[in-house]
Design a protein around this ligand. Structure first.
Ligand code: C2O
Ligand code: CU
Length: 483
């Protein structure tokens, strides 16, 4: 592990960053109960300027919620209701999707499928209950490959009534930007290359909206670190040198905590992980958190920088325990309806033919004529427009248990996300997952296969798509109906 060169992210970005940049950690203070059980928020989506590359670097023109990227943390306690007034001050329509939240269909934020887009200058109020505790996020679902890449994303945190005992609750929203040498966001002019390959991969990675410098930590403290991957395309493979974090929750939902030592923690776009980390270093020490990207580039995401030993040292703590499960219905695997979802397309393989709006077209016709490169079960689903009829891929009766076997017949990895439902991951590449974790986004490796199971208990039309946003846009999506 050590001894391998760790390239500097600033070298990747090609931009010099000043030493002593602001702290990248957001420590979440304890939350008091809301009055009347409702928490109200306002979010204004608008152009803004951000200092992504450090206090002395050039400013970047972004689109942001409330002038900040990532947007403000939206936070409630489990069981409370959230009301979020969204104002669109962009020059194009938008919507907000509450990723991972099981809510009423009309609040899901999918243009044309669940609501009309919010026109420029207009507002929309979302309201939903926080049934599940955990780490979630929000982002636009209209033109999302551009809007998310421009900076529209934020964390949504629902506090457990009995959270794990830690000294600090820390949030890292990790993102990946494609910047020019002047730190401007690179153009979206020629998206086909990104669509047929692994998506809009960036050259600059930020933690909470800044290229990371030092993350100050205290010897002996135990932190809960919530990581949210809001990048369009980058699959993070994190290595915490010198530490032995426990993975304690995936996509917001607790799992039996397991230590992953210096192994990699893989977080795909849309995914979240909650870690418990004991800060076992000594005063003055520094440890690097590395992202081991698939291109073979290992770079420094951030440094854990140890401050002095505190006057009152933190109490020694044993192995953390899993906290309470969320109230998700357990699928009945014996009676479940079993379905397949086969993913095809992209470079190095590609589509022979697929059905597009009822017609069978060749891969070349789909690419040249429609900018479509991917299919689900032989069908290419373009983003919906005004007046499009909705053609669900699957229809379930409310309460039906479903096992979905997803197969990736492409040369790329894909994080598949389901709306409105949380599923158990039963197997990965033929091997049972002993924890059967609850997830809303699951990563399919190249040529990989996963089986997931869930109860279709939430009525409405729900998206199912790849969270590499350029794949979503070019055919890798669809929806299912629960009646
Ligand atoms: Cu996070 Cu359909 O999206
Ligand atoms: Cu994909």
């Amino acid at each position: 592990m050590t001894g391998r060169p760790v390239t500097r992210r600033r070298a990747l970005a090609g931009i010099g960053a000043a030493a002593g940049a602001a702290l990248v950690s957001v420590t979440l203070p304890p939350l008091a109960r809301a009055k009347g059980n409702i928490r109200e928020f306002r979010l204004r989506a608008a152009p803004a300027a951000a200092r992504l590359v450090g206090p002395n670097g050039p400013e970047t023109a972004v689109w942001a919620y409330d002038g900040r990227t990532p947007g403000p943390v939206i936070r409630a306690m489990q069981g409370e209701r959230l009301r979020v007034h969204v104002e669109n001050a962009l020059e194009q329509p938008t919507t907000v999707h509450w990723h991972g939240i099981r809510l009423a269909n009309a609040m899901d934020g999918v243009p044309y499928l669940t609501q009309d887009p919010i026109a420029p200058g207009k507002s929309f109020t979302y309201e939903f209950d926080a049934f599940d505790a955990g780490t979630y996020w929000y982002h636009p679902h209209f033109n999302s490959s551009e809007q998310v890449a421009m900076g529209l994303a934020g964390a949504l945190i629902v506090d457990e009534p009995a959270p794990p005992e830690v000294d600090r609750d820390v949030l890292w929203v990790i993102d990946d930007w494609r910047l020019t040498k002047d730190a401007a966001i690179a153009s979206f002019d020629r998206p086909f290359h990104d669509m047929i390959h692994g998506g809009r991969f960036g050259n600059t990675v930020t933690v909470n909206g800044q290229i990371a410098e030092d993350v100050p930590v205290t010897p002996g403290e135990r932190i809960r670190l919530r990581i949210v991957n809001v990048a369009n395309a980058r699959i993070f493979r994190l290595i915490f040198t010198g530490h032995r974090p426990w993975l304690a929750a995936i996509d917001g939902h607790p799992v039996p905590p397991r230590q992953f030592d210096e192994g990699q923690l893989i977080i795909a776009p849309g995914g979240r992980a909650d870690l418990i980390i004991d800060m076992t270093g000594k005063a003055g020490e520094r440890f690097t958190v590395i992202d081991n990207s698939p291109e073979g580039i290992r770079y420094r995401l951030a440094d854990l920088a140890y401050g002095p030993v505190p006057a009152t040292p933190a109490p020694a703590r044993g192995t953390p325990e899993a906290w309470a499960d969320n109230p998700i219905s357990e699928p009945d695997l014996d009676t479940a309806t079993r379905l397949e979802l086969v993913m095809e397309g992209g470079a190095m393989g590609g589509l022979q033919t697929a059905i597009y709006k009822g017609e069978t077209l060749t891969g070349r016709e789909l690419a040249r004529g429609h900018g479509m490169f991917w299919s689900f079960n032989g069908v290419v689903h373009p983003p919906m427009k005004y007046g499009d009829p909705s053609h669900p891929m699957f229809t379930f009766k409310k309460g039906e248990s479903v096992i979905l076997a997803i197969r990736n017949d492409t040369a790329f990895a894909h994080p598949i996300h389901l709306h409105g439902h949380t599923f158990r991951v039963l197997t990965r590449n033929g091997k049972p997952d002993p924890d059967r974790p609850w997830q809303d986004t699951v990563l399919l490796t190249v040529d990989g296969e996963v089986e997931i199971a869930f109860v279709a208990d939430n009525p409405g039309d729900w998206m199912l798509h790849c969270h590499i946003l350029e794949h979503q846009k070019s055919g890798m999506m669809g929806h299912f109906r629960v009646t």
